[in-house]
Design a binder for this molecule. Structure first.
Ligand SMILES: Cc1ncc(COP(=O)(O)O)c(C=O)c1O
Length: 427
């Protein structure tokens, strides 16, 4: 009988990796305190629109969390919301774009990075990623800039901040703001400064898999007072600081976060620095060992990244060098007890939403006519790196794998070794 677990052998590992989310008495007490207070909603404190909140008196959990998170991320303002899709939408809406304006966005990202643009009647223009980091490739941005480009959205993919040394001067040269989708990048740093604080805004997610979570949640941070005030109004359904409660000024939404979410997140924030450093230490250990296998190349950890959150640990897998397909490799690893995946099935422009241009109806987004000329499938030619990452190259491990110890890393390495050594048994 084969040694491989896929063929009935004993798996390298039968137990789970580190628990996620991490939660103990501190979160429990914080939630209980909110429950018992009966103040489950921020307005119960009479603290309406964020920027006008009183300094004194009992404060809402959301108000405190906004301040604590923004300050930790080198930002003056933070507006907490129901999720990270909403915060991206709010940030773009606050920019007051014209119908048909374009925003550059990486081809390798979660759908919300691009749908937040569509939801604002604008057009996402996909740009390829850097093969060493899977972040937006700074050298490919300029060719995508047109007279209608209004911003460059970057995604700090997997928790590694983008190359700001190249992107900021480029954006400045073209007079374009940088928008940071920092959904993966809590506490991450580029040269000692927090991701989310470089651009016009930084948008974070607290969905269940993220490095800080309350099950769901999001926050948009900014150092720009106008953008922050607009987002605050949008989050409050279009209300305005200092104006009557039932007076609405903008086409907003109910993007609000609950007191219970914020109470959990205040504790999660206290855990973040320590967890990021454990992940980073384990990731470096794992990369050091995995790079010894021909056909396996961990993504580059840029030396200028002074804090990498490793929301996703990724390596590049070369099917030609290993002689085993990426998908079979992953199947065999999973059988050995390693929760690896290939990540996105295809780059975002190939998802049916874009290929078929199935937006809400024939007239939305209002810029639909600007999409008529775009063949989203044709981005494939311009994005060979994203294409390859999806079809055969990327291997992802979730962040909780990195929260354990060196034995856990050794299990991953042993499983990789076992699968590659027995590859001929896998059809
Ligand atoms: C890159 C990226 N942007 C935005 C989001 C949206 O966040 P949420 O799930 O909180 O709406 C996610 C969530 O998976 C993400 O991965």
């Amino acid at each position: 009988m084969s040694n491989l677990a896929l063929k009935g052998g004993n798996p390298v590992r039968t137990g789970p990796f580190h628990e996620w989310p991490v939660c103990d008495r501190r979160e429990e007490e914080a939630v209980l305190a909110v429950l018992r207070s009966k103040k489950w909603w921020r307005f119960a404190f009479g603290q309406g629109v964020n920027l006008a909140e009183p300094e004194e008196g009992e404060r809402s959990q959301v108000a405190c969390f906004q301040e604590e998170f923004a300050e930790y991320h080198d930002c003056r303002y933070g507006i907490a919301a129901a999720n990270g899709t909403g915060t991206l939408e709010m940030g773009i809406r606050a920019m007051n774009l014209e119908v048909g304006d374009e925003i550059i966005v990486p081809a390798y990202t979660y759908v919300a990075s691009a749908t937040s643009i569509l939801q604002n009647n604008a057009v996402p223009i996909f740009v390829d990623i850097d093969p060493d980091t899977y972040n937006l490739d700074p050298d490919k941005i300029e060719a995508a800039i047109t007279a209608r480009t209004r911003a460059i959205m970057v995604v700090h993919f997997g928790g590694q901040p983008v190359d700001f040394d190249k992107i900021l001067p480029l954006a400045e040269k073209h007079g374009l703001p940088v928008l940071e989708d920092a959904a993966h990048a809590h506490g991450c740093e580029w040269k000692g400064r927090k991701a989310g604080s470089f651009g016009l805004f930084g948008s974070f997610s607290f969905q269940a898999s993220k490095n800080m979570t309350a099950g769901e949640g999001g926050i948009i941070c900014s150092n720009n007072q106008e953008i922050a005030a607009e987002c605050d109004s949008l989050m409050w359904a279009g209300r305005k600081t200092g104006r009557p409660w039932y007076e609405f000024h903008r086409l907003g939404w109910n993007y609000r976060m609950t007191e219970i979410q914020a109470a959990i997140l205040r504790i999660q924030l206290q855990r973040l620095a320590e967890q990021n450093s454990v992940r980073e230490k384990n990731a470096l250990c794992l990369s050091g060992k995995l790079k010894e296998f021909p056909g396996i190349s961990p993504l580059r950890h840029d030396r200028r990244v002074t804090n990498h959150g490793y929301h996703i640990y990724m390596f590049r897998y070369n099917e030609k060098l290993t002689g085993l397909s990426r998908d079979n490799f992953i199947r065999a690893l999973a059988a050995e007890g390693i929760p690896a995946s290939g990540g996105y099935t295809f780059p975002l422009y190939k998802t049916p939403l874009f290929l078929n241009k199935k937006f809400i109806n024939g007239s939305f987004p209002l810029g639909t006519k600007y999409h008529e000329d775009i063949d989203y499938g044709a981005f494939a030619e311009k994005c060979p790196v994203a294409e390859k990452a999806c079809s055969s190259e990327a291997v992802w491990l979730p962040q909780n794998v990195l929260l354990g110890n060196e034995n856990d890393m050794n299990d991953v390495v042993s499983a990789v070794q076992k699968v590659l050594e027995n590859k001929n048994e896998i059809e």
